[in-house]
Ligand binder design. Structure first.
Ligand SMILES: [Zn+2]
Length: 68
């Protein structure tokens, strides 16, 4: 994953629980804390999702966007 903008602030990263779409044509994923469902469906294609882990930037609030 590439970030186009260089951020002056120190970016913390940690292993985060995510949900990965199981469809091979769809690379959709979302953070676990963005869904309240136990077994969420992919918002893009409706397929079942699989729990996984991804190293992500730590987000202080519950917003999808982080401050730049
Ligand atoms: Zn999908």
């Amino acid at each position: 994953m590439a970030f186009g903008k260089k951020n002056q602030e120190e970016i913390k990263e940690e292993e985060t629980k995510i949900w990965l779409c199981q469809s091979e044509e769809c690379n959709c994923w979302m953070r676990d804390n963005f869904t309240t469902q136990e077994e969420p469906k992919c918002p893009r294609c409706g397929n079942a999702m699989e729990a996984s882990q991804k190293v992500l930037q730590v987000v202080d609030n519950n917003s999808i966007y982080y401050k730049s």
